[in-house]
Design a protein around this ligand. Structure first.
Ligand code: ATP
Ligand code: MG
Length: 563
């Protein structure tokens, strides 16, 4: 636990401090990437609780992913110690779930309601055809809800019951929402029901990082915060602490044509004179691009093949020793299909890799059979984690266990699923229903270890909010980023969103950024000639170091110096 009291805001800059210590009432913090939004948010909550006597049980902090929620909770624990336990921290879905649990009967749910699994949802969809109402009716007949219901049912409950609204408004008098640019209509409505127009609602986000409109998110809610909430206070954070000056300059130029923030400013806090330029690599082929990534990681990490052969582990962090370690590196791509060749090339070179995705935990091989075993063997003794292990043992012993959809499973699948589920079991205590529900709502990204000594492979969407010393943004090609399907041209809005996604990718990098593209790529069933994305054209060519053109690529400064 860090010192609480006068020093609490010392680690913030002047504007962050203004935001963290602003009085109650609606507060909108507009802040670009790397400007310390999470830092400011957690310090604001800590400051309110520790200095202004706000009761932690009156605070509700909401984010979009469980990973972000866990990180928020961790940072609050560090700032506030035990006091943080009383703060409600969660995702929109977990908030909806909590409200629904308390009001299941009023929402018309039976005693044994639960979240439908994939198969149950698919069945209901198939039976209902395109009729959404029929689909929901079918779910309800089986006392099932889906993820959308987790928000829509509480919203309709609250809409019709002012007394209930008042009860929740009393309980959570201080509400904080991170990544507000990505709220969708129902989430927005839930927030408006929970917070009165003059309530203590603190929303934080960056319209230029709005990347979920395909899922119904609408950045306009962010942009009209001022008219939705009475006398809203606005604070801007413009100092970027994350990226080196050349990386930040390239990112700012890249977003300029689509920026939704009037007078957008993003000033580098880091002005290290030695910062490398943005590496730009035109690959001949997808295989060549993958080789480039491997080769460059090899050079940055330095003799990785020997080290990884030795022990498979490298124990130093970049910031400590001045060299790069595997976990400092992220390879980002637009579509999951791009990960295959990179994954193969890295694995062949002996580089440890972990792939993050938005796949749900339950969709992973092995998870379902273990969960089913747990459901059926509910009476067994021992902790939930021990029961997961036991279930895995039993299942792995059987020659092969069929999954729900009849696929054959190998024992390794069962064990790797158990490796993901045991930490989750430990996190939820012995609450089996909660555990099963987390399987439905949880993404695999939550179960991966951020400290694992491995190169991170992830989609641009999954990379939001994260930062890495070294970032490769691969597949910077027209048609891939912006993404385009054959026979249909993207709308201007879609192109703008793709550009924001590009911006999110560039701004994940702290010290080194590489962009690459391939001259040809297999897409939609045939090999196509590709050209670099036009998004690169608006970036000053002086910010790039062109790699691999004249001589075979060999970065001159093998001895990488960071900071
Ligand atoms: P994104 O939009 O990408 O989610 P963010 O605004 O949430 O970015 P953070 O991740 O909170 O930014 O912060 C970016 C980095 O800057 C972190 O490494 C953080 O520790 C650092 N940082 C933030 N504020 C300060 C500060 N006042 N002094 C030093 N470092 C800071
Ligand atoms: Mg953030």
């Amino acid at each position: 636990m860090e010192e609480v009291g006068t020093g609490l805001l010392d680690r913030l800059d002047a504007m962050q401090r203004v935001a963290a210590s602003a009085p109650g009432g609606p507060l909108l913090i507009v802040a670009g990437p790397g400007t310390g939004k999470t830092r400011t948010l957690t310090h604001r909550i800590a400051y309110l609780c520790a200095e202004l006597g706000v009761f932690p049980e009156r605070c509700l902090a909401i984010t979009f992913t469980r990973r972000a929620a866990a990180e928020l909770k961790e940072r609050l624990d560090a700032l506030l110690g035990d006091v943080a336990e009383d703060i409600t921290v969660g995702t929109f879905h977990s908030l909806g779930l909590a409200v629904l649990k308390e009001n299941a009967k009023a929402a018309g749910l039976g005693a044994n309601w639960r979240i439908a699994d994939e198969r149950e949802q698919a069945q209901a969809r198939e039976q209902a055809g395109v009729d959404d109402a029929a689909y929901r009716k079918l779910l309800r007949q089986q006392d099932l809800v889906d993820l959308d219901d987790l928000i829509s049912l509480p919203v309709s409950l609250l809409r019709d019951d002012q007394a209930l609204v008042e009860r929740y408004r009393k309980r959570w008098q201080w509400i904080f929402v991170d990544e507000y640019q990505d709220v969708d209509e129902l989430q927005y409505e839930l927030l408006r029901l929970l917070s009165p127009p003059d309530g203590n609602l603190c929303a934080i986000g960056d319209p230029d990082q709005a990347i979920y409109s395909f899922r119904g998110a609408d950045v306009r809610y962010f942009l009209r915060f001022n008219s939705d909430f009475v006398d809203a206070r606005l604070v801007r954070l413009t100092r970027n602490y994350r990226s080196s000056a050349p990386i930040l300059a390239a990112a700012v130029q890249a977003i300029a044509p689509s920026s939704l923030v009037s007078g957008r400013r993003l000033d580098p806090a880091r002005l290290d004179p030695e910062s490398p330029l943005v590496g730009r690599y035109p690959a001949r082929s997808v295989a060549d691009e993958a080789d480039f990534v491997v080769r460059t990681i090899d050079e940055l990490v330095g003799g990785l093949s020997h080290r990884s052969l030795d022990s498979g582990r490298v124990d130093s962090r970049a910031t400590v020793t001045g060299t790069v370690s595997f976990s400092d590196v992220a390879v980002l791509y637009r579509t999951d299909a791009q990960s295959g060749p990179i994954l193969d090339a890295l694995s062949r070179a002996g580089v440890p890799v972990q792939k993050r995705s938005h796949n749900r935990l339950r969709d992973r091989p092995g998870v379902q059979v273990i969960a089913r075993e747990l459901r059926h063997a509910g009476g067994l003794g021992g902790s939930l984690a021990a029961r997961v292990k036991l279930a895995a043992q039993v299942l792995a012993q059987r020659y092969a266990a069929p999954t729900l959809d009849g696929e054959q499973l190998a024992p390794e699948d069962v064990w790797s699923a158990a490796d993901l589920l045991i930490p989750l079991a430990l996190r939820v205590g012995d609450d089996l229903p909660l555990f099963l529900q987390q399987l439905e709502t949880g993404a695999e990204v939550d179960a991966l270890d951020p400290r694992a000594e491995a190169v991170n492979l992830l989609t641009l969407h999954a990379a939001k909010g994260l930062e890495f010393p070294v970032v490769f943004l691969v597949g910077c090609e027209d048609g891939l980023l912006p993404l385009r399907w054959p026979g249909s041209a993207p709308t201007d809005d879609e192109i703008a969103e793709e550009r924001r996604l590009f911006f999110v990718g560039l701004t994940r990098a702290q010290d080194r950024l590489y962009v690459s593209y391939s001259a040809k790529r297999f897409r939609h069933g045939s090999e196509r000639e590709q050209s670099p994305t036009p998004f690169l054209d608006v970036i000053d060519s002086g910010l790039f170091e062109r790699l691999g053109e004249a001589t075979p690529s060999k970065p001159k400064d093998r001895q990488l110096r960071l900071l």
